[in-house]
Design a protein around this ligand. Structure first.
Ligand code: KG4
Ligand code: ZN
Length: 358
């Protein structure tokens, strides 16, 4: 079964082909540089960019893989959560393709796709506990199979990646700044007393990162010498030196620690609630963070779980994960009609598929 995946939910446009669970090819165009000028994703610009590059990426993918559009069995498209205008570009393209080729359509929950992505590299063992840490979401799930997800905890305010990016912005690091905090943090030991581990003194599985961001903002206000005068670029951050670099490294390491330890506490709490679990899946852009990866490795070892982490290229948004999730849904017989709706961030994604043959 040949599945095309289409991803346009935020600021990456991507298409990929998966045949029987194996990746045949992928094309990806990121808009990061365009949005960096504004310090965050501008929704209208994002939709226009998807519209501009998606047809070209599709044509290139077909040419590079020697596949004809009419060979595609299923078109899988990220139908949410995301920016509505951006999602609509992908969903409309998918529907048009299905109409013209007769392929079947399957709408993919972008968050589930992040968590299933490591399956491209090796089989995932179920039941699994899933931690999704991205720019827009911090969710934990009990996952019984590729099509059975139960949401356990979620963020009440900022997502983990959003907290990274907002803290990076305080220093005038370029957007999205999470990776610069990670890079500098690796050069120092954390001061575990510097910042709180937010929202842990309760029995909730939910997260709240906005207080941590405020704690860093208050600290930075007392250390103005750590902040770049104007928005820095990646080269300026990489060429930091001397005391400023060492001090910033300490602050970044401490922030990294607070986020990773908070994630650990909530994941361990979730593990206790859900009962026997075979693996721990950590996915989303923040799963690229070295402290988060190390900390989750420790959690998995302590609890005798197999740790499943996507390769770094699969952590951020990509078409391969949509194609792979779509393949699993199609294999289970799930299809959507051409009425499929795009679902913006903040709304529940309905499980409104039909089972083929029923
Ligand atoms: O999953 P993703 O590509 O986009 C969403 O779907 O939201 O995640 C992007 C997020 C951004 O907030 C980015 O700063 C963060 O992942 N990120 C990192 C690292 N690499 C990417 N955060 C911390 N450390 C990193 N190494
Ligand atoms: Zn994502």
């Amino acid at each position: 079964m040949l599945v095309l995946g289409i991803e346009t939910s935020c600021d990456e446009t991507s298409v990929a082909l998966v045949e029987n669970g194996r990746l045949l090819g992928e094309k990806l165009a990121t808009q990061i540089d365009t949005h960096a000028l504004f310090g965050g994703v501008v929704p209208e610009i994002a939709s226009r960019e998807h519209l501009r590059v998606l047809p070209r990426l599709f044509r290139e993918l077909m040419a590079e893989t020697n596949v004809r559009p009419e060979d595609i069995d299923t078109v899988a498209v990220a139908r949410g959560p995301g920016l509505l205008g951006s999602l609509l570009v992908g969903v409309s393209f998918a529907k048009g393709l299905c109409l013209s080729t007769g392929a079947s359509l399957v709408g993919v929950n972008h968050l589930w796709a992040h968590l299933l992505a490591p399956g491209l590299a090796g089989e995932i063992q179920f039941p699994a506990l899933g931690l999704l840490v991205s720019g827009g979401h911090t969710h934990t799930y009990r996952i019984d199979s590729p099509v059975e997800f139960e949401l356990l905890g979620r963020t009440l305010d900022d997502a983990a990646g959003e907290a990274f990016d907002k803290v990076a912005k305080l220093f005038h690091f370029p957007y999205p700044g999470g990776r610069f905090i990670d890079m500098l943090g690796r050069e120092a030991e954390p001061d575990t007393k510097l910042f709180p581990r937010p929202y842990i003194d309760n029995d909730s599985l939910d997260f709240s990162f906005s207080g941590l961001k405020t704690a860093v903002a208050n600290y930075v206000a007392t250390r103005p010498e750590l902040v770049f005068d104007t928005m820095a670029d990646a080269v300026a951050v990489a060429s930091l030196s001397g005391e400023k670099r060492a001090d910033l490294a300490k602050v970044c390491a401490s922030f990294n620690w607070s986020v990773a330890e908070t994630l650990k506490i909530k994941v361990e709490r979730a593990l206790k609630r859900v009962g026997p679990t075979k693996s721990l899946i950590v996915a989303g852009g923040v799963a690229a963070n070295s402290v988060v990866r190390e900390t989750m490795q420790g959690v998995a070892e302590e609890h005798g779980l197999r740790l499943t982490l996507p390769d770094l290229a699969l952590c951020t948004d990509n078409g391969a994960m949509i194609a792979f999730a779509g393949w699993q849904f199609a294999k289970a017989g799930y299809v959507h009609s051409l009425e499929l709706e795009a679902i913006p961030r903040g709304q529940v994604i309905p499980q409104d598929w039909a089972i083929s043959g029923e």
